[in-house]
Design a protein around this ligand. Structure first.
Ligand code: IPE
Ligand code: IPE
Ligand code: MG
Length: 237
């Protein structure tokens, strides 16, 4: 790789189809996806990427069948209970972008614990977009800005793009250099609407559970070769 991207964001799509394709349930697909996610976190730390943002659950995903939603909400509990000691060893810092307040108690508690325990780590930042909506992020920023103007904490003339960014979940993080979506769909699905304005987009046909380290590296290299100046479609690699 010529230069190492600072911030990579991934729309982890295709878990449900992967489960079906392998004669298993959608939830088993999500579990397989969580294993791939672990591999990509390791790979990102090894490559020297500074921030990895992973789209884990969108606010639209609440519309799915209760059984699947319950499983998706139980996954972070399993995931962090198992992986936290290793993240501490690897100096990995966990952030969450999204509406944490409205998560089920168990899920909220475990992600808050993960953020607290890792807050002084200085290595790879893994930023989970969980109960996330790009439009809602901008909406809640707008509400807070209006409040701050009313309370004379800021004045309207001061409000430039940098200041607005301080009201987003991703405050203090640089914009993603690259947004990768697996699973073949060429959609943004309400992900990082503000932050991805200038990002390179990379659409990969493989379903997320199959998007292991070698494909990840290949995708990053393809984008760097210039294929991804606007949109790069990686055909079955
Ligand atoms: C994972 O892929 C994304 C999540 C919402 C967790 P999907 O569950 O959307 O899988 P497909 O797209 O239906 O195959
Ligand atoms: C995007 O995938 C959201 C996540 C990866 C969490 P979806 O499968 O939910 O998005 P749509 O339905 O294709 O827009
Ligand atoms: Mg999907």
């Amino acid at each position: 790789m010529k230069t190492i991207p600072e911030h990579v964001a991934i729309i982890m799509d295709g878990n449900g189809r992967w489960g079906k394709l392998h004669g298993r349930s959608r939830s088993e697909g999500h579990y397989a996806g969580s294993k791939t996610m672990e591999e990509l976190i390791d790979a990102s730390a090894d490559i020297g990427i500074r921030i990895l943002t992973l789209y884990a659950f969108s606010t639209e995903n609440w519309k799915r069948p209760a059984e699947e939603v319950n499983y998706l909400m139980s996954l972070p509990v399993k995931f962090f209970n198992q992986k936290l000691p290793e993240f501490m060893k690897r100096n990995i810092k966990i952030l969450i972008s999204g509406d944490i307040e409205n998560l089920p108690n168990k899920t909220r508690n475990v992600v808050i614990k993960a953020m607290n325990e890792t807050k002084n780590n200085t290595g790879l930042i893994v930023n989970f977009a969980l109960n996330y909506s790009g439009r809602n992020e901008i909406r809640q920023a707008t509400i807070q800005i209006i409040k701050d103007v009313k309370e004379n904490k800021i004045s309207i003339d001061q409000l430039d793009e940098k200041m607005l960014e301080n009201y987003l979940y991703t405050r203090n993080l640089p914009d993603p250099d690259i947004v990768i979506r697996t699973g073949g769909e060429k959609r943004i699905s309400n992900f990082l609407m503000w932050q991805s304005a200038m990002s390179q987009l990379c659409f990969v046909d493989e379903l997320f559970p199959d998007f292991k380290q070698p494909l990840y590296i290949k995708a990053l290299e393809r984008v760097q070769q210039g294929d991804g100046a606007s949109v790069s479609l990686i055909q079955r690699m």
